[in-house]
Structure formats: C-alpha cells, structure tokens
Design a protein around this ligand. Sequence first.
Ligand SMILES: CC(C)(COP(=O)(O)OP(=O)(O)OC[C@H]1O[C@@H](n2cnc3c(N)ncnc32)[C@H](O)[C@@H]1OP(=O)(O)O)[C@@H](O)C(=O)NCCC(=O)NCCS
Length: 165
Amino acid sequence: MRRPQLPEQAAECTGPFRLRRLVPDDLDEVLRIEQAAFAHPWTEELMRRELTHAWSTILVAEEPTDAGERIRGFVIFWLVHDELHVLNVATDPAQLRRGVAKALIAETLRVAKLSGAALATLEVRRTNTPAIKLYEEFGFRVVGVRPNYYADENEDGLVMLLDLP
Ligand SMILES: CC(C)(COP(=O)(O)OP(=O)(O)OC[C@H]1O[C@@H](n2cnc3c(N)ncnc32)[C@H](O)[C@@H]1OP(=O)(O)O)[C@@H](O)C(=O)NCCC(=O)NCCS
C-alpha cells in the first residue's frame, strides 16, 4: 500500500482540465458535486476518512474560468499492492459530457500504471449506463455481478475489470 507519486500543486493537463490531488480546501466543492451527482451521496465523514488512508487518492479536475479555477469533477481510487480500485467518480451535473470524467479516469490509469498496478477493478450499478459506457471506453469489461450490492435501491452491482499493460 503506497501513496502514488503525484504532486499536490503541479498538475497534469488533459484538454481544458487540470488534474491534481484534492487538498482540504476543495472538500466543500467536492461534497457539493457528490450530493448533486448521487441519490445516496457519501457523507463528509466518509470523504474525510479517505484523506487519512495512505492507499487512497482523490483527484479533482479543475478548469480555469474568469472567476478563477473551478472544480468540475473528482475521482476516488485505491492502490493496494498491484491493484487499482476505483471507488467513486462524479462530474458536476452542469458540466456533463465535456470530457471531465474521461480526463479523471485517464489520469487515474496513468498514475496506477506508474505505481506498478497490473489490474483495475470497480463496481457500478447495473442501470448506470453513462458510467458503464465511460468505463467501457477505457477497456473495462464486466466480469461478474454482485446481487443486490446497492441494497438502498435493491440494485445489482456489476464488477468491471481492466488489465493494465
Ligand atoms: C458517469 C459520469 C461520471 C460521466 O461524467 P462525464 O464527465 O459527463 O463523462 P465524459 O464527458 O468524460 O464522457 C466520457 C464517455 O462516457 C460515456 N458517457 C458519459 N455520459 C454518458 C451518457 N449520458 N450516456 C451514454 N454514455 C455516456 C461516453 O462514452 C462518453 O464519451 P463521449 O462523450 O465521447 O461519447 C457522470 O454522468 C456522473 O457524474 N454521473 C453521476 C455519478 C455516477 O454515477 N458516477 C459513477 C459511479 S460508478
């Protein structure tokens, strides 16, 4: 379990978006996006707990605007041994289909490969077509079903997997 090498301020650029590690000042905005994006959002406590785990990373995608940098979306992932696990990705609902999530997942896979990950996994709701399509674009494939994984809505989880070259 190790924290991937990713500077906090110097960021990767993907299209108009800058990808960087979340800092505590970003939390309010990330929580706002989380609450807007999900019917059952993570709590602030859960999000803060991620910051304490050496194996967990939260990246934000931000974009320069006339009013300064604005966070457009975020991703939370774990790197444990040689496995990347994507826990959460969300885009500000006002910024959908602009490539925010694509930039976040691309950066996540880049960081994971640099850290020596050989495999990427995630769970997604069976009915979440936008997310499934997003992951499929990167080569993730469905390898299993977890019945009633999302018990809040009685919904199955699909397990998706990607071998990292
Ligand atoms: C899933 C989600 C993160 C996608 O974010 P986004 O920034 O709009 O995605 P992008 O613009 O980067 O799209 C990348 C690709 O994903 C797929 N995609 C995204 N939204 C889609 C939609 N509504 N319908 C079908 N495919 C979609 C497409 O393949 C798209 O590529 P394209 O635009 O070239 O066709 C966003 O819809 C979201 O925040 N949803 C709510 C939270 C959530 O469900 N997260 C996933 C948890 S597992």
